[in-house]
Design a protein around this ligand. Structure first.
Ligand code: PHE
Length: 427
């Protein structure tokens, strides 16, 4: 459940529709689903197995399994990626909190498409306000880690996440009854081969890594908490299916509404924030729908920020233990929070930082780290026996082990490298 909480978040509801909208809708969807099918299971399993086998977070896992520091650069990459994601992720979570506050006071009710777009620009143009709203989730996330109440949050999200899904179903039902919604459905589901460009493939791969939280060690940490008997392939499949369902549902809500209300699918990062209020306006209990949805979205975002911050906190805490100034867990929480605040300020003040940290992490850093992890487990560690990660789950059958190692050795690295070469124009 915790891993699903990490995976399902703004990546599904905010980022997926806007990236799909910018990259041709149906063409993107097909490539995205192929990426999930190709990379999802082997890489989610790999992170879980690394964590479960070593019992360590992303900081200690590679060293523990390899017995030396040669793969420690992977831990560093996870740390850098976590900090970079935190900046823009907290900013967008701040937007969600802002819209929740506005939903409560009906601040955007009755606005038409143009007014909603303007409203978004006005709100996000207010720098101090945006920084304050982004600090709120930092504070909440830090509190969860400070008081060690992860378990409570997970139990809570066990009830709230199904509620989010139910809410999304209701919204999809309403949106599909709108005039013109079929154009959006066609945009999202009609596959047009000619629209698949190297950029579309690269963005789809990046979105797959980002949405599934792979390639930055979040799932390693959660793997390290897994009880002995946990079935790793099954847990991985559950996370992947849930994450993909939520993204698909977000597309089915957003695109029909985009066309029915006369928005542009290529609006960029603001897309869902201008479209969603227009949808609530059409629902029977519009105030309640808006409040409930944005409230649940904030919680879905928080279960992701918890996993992001956890990677960095464990890193600072465990790395400092090797020095003459070991830091406590709480001191580490304070330091990482301060770092997150700096990142937020940079993202709000300099739009290029916002855009590039989003692109750089999803399209470059996470795939490279995942490639590193695949090579680490597939080529560097022994396949079987005491030192292999598959030892962490004795229930995996022999034929499945063979396929897993083969995919990790050949399919995953080759596919990632080909996608990189393709986007560089080498292929
Ligand atoms: N997967 C999360 C989402 O879709 C984002 C995330 C990425 C969280 C990496 C943790 C680590 O919103």
């Amino acid at each position: 459940m915790a891993a699903a909480g990490s995976a399902v978040g703004l990546g599904n509801i905010w980022k997926f529709p806007y990236i799909a909208g910018e990259n041709g809708g149906g063409a993107f969807l097909v490539v995205y689903l192929l990426c999930v099918a190709l990379f999802g299971l082997p890489l989610v399993m790999t992170e879980f197995l690394i964590g479960k086998r070593s019992g360590k977070s992303a900081y200690g896992a590679f060293r523990a399994l390899n017995g030396n520091n040669r793969w420690q650069w992977l831990s560093w990459m996870c740390m850098v990626t976590a900090m970079l994601i935190m900046g823009f992720y907290f900013v967008v979570t701040g937007w969600c909190f802002n819209y929740l506050a506005e939903a409560l006071t009906s601040a955007f009710s009755g606005l038409n498409a143009d007014a909603l777009t303007e409203h978004f620009a006005t709100v996000t143009g207010n720098t101090p306000r945006m920084i304050l709203f982004a600090l709120l989730p930092v504070l909440l996330t830090a509190m969860v880690l400070w008081f060690d109440v992860n378990k409570g949050i997970e139990r809570l999200s066990k009830i709230l996440m199904p509620l989010l899904l139910l809410m999304m179903l209701l919204m999809a039902g309403r949106v599909l009854m709108l005039d013109g919604s079929n154009i959006g459905m066609r945009f999202f589901f009609q596959f047009d081969f000619s629209k698949i460009t190297p950029k579309v493939i690269m963005e789809a791969m990046g979105q797959c890594f980002f949405s599934l939280s792979i390639g930055m060690g979040a799932l390693i940490t959660y793997g390290s908490y897994m009880p002995k008997g946990q079935n790793v392939p099954r847990a991985s499949i559950q996370v992947i299916i849930l994450d993909t369902l939520v993204a698909l549902m977000a597309g089915v809500i957003i695109f029909p509404a985009v066309f029915a209300f006369g928005f542009d699918p290529q609006e960029g990062p603001q897309l869902v924030f201008v479209v969603l209020p227009a949808i609530f306006e059409q629902m029977s209990f519009s105030w309640l729908s808006g409040v409930l949805f944005f409230g649940l979205l904030c919680i879905a975002a928080l279960t992701s920020t918890i996993s992001l911050m956890e990677v960095a906190v464990a890193f600072v805490c465990e790395a400092s233990a090797q020095t003459r100034h070991p830091l406590s867990r709480r001191q580490s929480v304070a330091i990482v929070s301060a770092g997150a605040v700096v990142m937020i300020i940079l993202c709000v003040m300099i739009p290029a930082v916002f855009d590039y940290s989003d692109w750089l992490t999803a399209c470059i850093l996470m795939p490279v780290a995942a490639l590193g992890m695949a090579v680490f487990v597939g080529w560097n560690l022994p396949k079987n026996g005491e030192k292999g990660v598959l030892e962490a789950d004795k229930g995996i059958k022999r034929w499945a082990r063979k396929i897993y190692i083969f995919v990790l050795r050949w399919i995953v690295p080759v596919a990632i490298i080909l996608i990189f070469l393709n986007s560089l124009g080498v292929l």
